[in-house]
Structure formats: structure tokens, C-alpha cells
Design a protein around this ligand. Structure first.
Ligand code: 3PG
Length: 324
């Protein structure tokens, strides 16, 4: 009996799926480690503006070393590239610092439950700001996402308004970041990895003066003394770990954004949050009420439904537009 012969397109499609699967799994695993160290740092040293800056600085340094030692190819950029990158960097900076401020005020799981509402922000921004329209099934799938997030928020035992608003602002900023990034990366010779490296560097320049203005060296010095006396020098290692893992997970996520649409990226990001929510609840012994867990489950399930609707109804069109 002769083996059925697979068309080369089928094989390359399957190989692409495996590659994206590996990127996604690595991205999620790195993200879980980042979130744990990030929260350990924020518990001991609650200066989210500084820790956000340090994670960007660490990533920038890692990439400069990689370029200098030719581990990674130095990208060829021009003024136009940096100009297009600027709005992406502003959105990245706002989204990053807002999420970190949020996590300094509430449980990691709560920040990520609210952040699982990102697809809803993506649809609302596309509808009201970019003027795109969607079938009613897409709008209907937002009901469980928004409803689930709302239920989880109102039943959160340690609700804090800054923590809530930080996660909401981060959602909005990251939707813009993903839309602008995909546009900026399209047709450019800069790879996803180098694109993220340049993004880190520009964000670092934007964030540093704000971090100094909002917190500043005096606060940091006093906080550092307290952290050293309460925890000891290990805090320095935790800061290093959160910074390195922050860069690595974002770098891998941008490598996958090279291959997928912003929408698929958003869905992958939301699914990632399940592993972060579950692992952080276990590690930090976060108290969870049944109704609170129900809200989180509805929100995540809503995102799954939303992704199915895109897969069935809209992906052929969106692929043609974005996945090339
Ligand atoms: C950050 O600090 O930038 C956030 O923790 C990242 O959030 P994300 O899970 O959306 O990447």
C-alpha cells in the first residue's frame, strides 16, 4: 500500500504550527517565572517604577552585548524606523509600568484576571477608534469576558482601585502597542527579536525620567535599606531574575508576533494568563473565594469562545490581512 503523499504546503503549514506552539510554550513558561520573581521583588521592595525601568535596562544591556559579540545580528535602522517605533514605545512603556504598579498593589492573579479582558479592549479599540466592524457573534463573546472580569473584580478580597486601574490601563496600552508593532514590523528587515530590543531601548529612555520624578533615588535608597534588613542580599538576585525573565519572555513573544496576527497574539497572551493565575495562587497562597474563581473562569472561557469565533468566522480574512 502506498503512503498518501502530503502536499508541501500542508507540511510547511504543520511545521509553522509546531514552531508557533514551541514559541507559545516558551513564552508562557518564561512569563510564569517573571511574574513570580516580579511579585517577590514588589513585596520586598515596592518601587514599581524603578523595577519596570530596571527590567528594560537589563533587556537593553543584554541585546547590546548580543550585538557587540555578534550573537545576534545588529539591525540596520534609520530615522524613519525610530520615528515609527516611538508610538509603540510609548504604549509599551505605559502598559509595562501600569501592569507593574497594579501588581505592586494587588495579587498577581487579580492583575492577570483583569488583563485577560485584553481581547475585549482589542475589539473596542478596533471598532471605535479604527472604525472596523465585526459580526455580532464577536460582540456577544465579549459579554462573558467583560462579565467574568467584573464578577472577579467585585468579589476580589483585596480589591484596590490603583491595582484595578493599572491593569485596565495596561490592557488599553498593550492593544495599541500590538497594533502599532505589527504595522511597524510589516515589510521591515528588522526581526521580531531585534524589533523588541529597539523597543526596550526606546522605552527605557522614555521611562527613566518619569521613574526618577515619581519615585526617585531618595525613596529607592531608603526602600533598599529596608529590603536588605528584612530579606537580605537575595533581593538583588530576585531583581536580576525578574529583569532577565521579563526581557526573555517579551523577546520570545515578539518572535512569535513575527509569525502571527495581533489577534492570535492577544489570544495566546490571554491563554498564558491561565498558567500565571494558577501558579501564582499556589505559590503566594492567594485567598480565593468560589465566586471569585467563577468570575475568572467565565472571563477566560469567554476569551476561548472569542478565539473560536475568530477561528471559524473571521480568520481566513484576518490571515490574508495580517499573517503574511
Ligand atoms: C509588564 O510588566 O509589562 C506586565 O507584567 C506584562 O504584562 P503581559 O503579561 O501583558 O506581558
Amino acid at each position: 500500500r502506498s503512503e498518501p503523499i502530503e502536499a508541501p504546503e500542508v507540511k510547511s503549514e504543520a511545521a509553522k504550527k509546531v514552531k508557533i506552539g514551541i514559541y507559545f510554550a516558551t513564552w508562557w513558561a518564561l512569563n510564569v517565572v517573571f511574574n513570580i520573581y516580579n511579585k517577590k521583588v514588589l513585596n520586598a521592595f515596592p518601587y514599581p517604577w524603578l523595577t519596570s525601568t530596571l527590567s528594560l535596562a537589563c533587556g537593553s544591556l543584554m541585546m547590546l552585548i548580543s550585538w557587540a559579540t555578534r550573537i545576534a545580528e545588529t539591525p540596520k535602522t534609520d530615522f524613519e524606523f525610530w520615528k515609527t517605533l516611538f508610538p509603540v514605545a510609548v504604549a509599551h512603556t505605559i502598559g509595562h509600568v501600569a501592569a507593574t504598579v497594579s501588581m505592586s498593589k494587588v495579587a498577581v492573579s487579580f492583575t492577570h484576571i483583569i488583563k485577560s479582558g485584553e481581547p475585549a479592549f482589542s475589539v473596542l479599540v478596533s471598532r471605535f477608534i479604527l472604525g472596523e466592524t465585526f459580526p455580532s457573534s464577536v460582540y456577544l463573546s465579549l459579554v462573558p469576558i467583560i462579565g467574568g472580569c467584573a464578577l472577579a473584580a467585585v468579589t476580589e478580597l483585596n480589591f484596590n482601585m490603583i491595582g484595578f486601574m493599572g491593569a485596565m490601563i495596561s490592557n488599553l496600552a498593550f492593544v495599541f502597542r500590538n497594533i502599532f508593532s505589527k504595522k511597524g514590523m510589516k515589510g521591515k528587515s528588522v526581526s521580531g527579536m531585534n524589533y523588541y530590543a529597539c523597543l526596550s531601548m526606546l522605552s527605557l529612555l522614555i521611562l527613566t525620567p518619569f521613574a526618577i520624578a515619581v519615585e526617585g533615588p531618595q525613596m529607592w535608597a531608603a526602600g533598599w535599606q529596608t529590603a536588605l534588613s528584612e530579606i537580605g542580599p537575595n533581593v538583588a538576585w530576585w531583581i536580576a531574575a525578574q529583569s532577565v525573565f521579563y526581557h526573555l519572555y517579551n523577546q520570545v513573544s515578539y518572535m512569535s508576533l513575527d509569525e502571527i496576527s495581533p489577534l492570535t497574539f492577544s489570544i495566546g497572551n490571554t491563554m498564558k494568563r491561565i498558567s500565571v493565575i494558577v501558579s501564582s495562587i499556589i505559590i503566594f497562597h492567594t485567598p480565593v473565594q468560589p465566586v471569585n474563581a467563577l468570575g475568572a473562569a467565565i472571563a477566560v472561557l469567554g476569551t476561548f469562545l472569542y478565539s473560536q469565533i475568530w477561528e471559524i468566522d473571521l480568520l481566513p480574512t484576518s490571515r490574508a490581512q495580517c499573517d503574511d
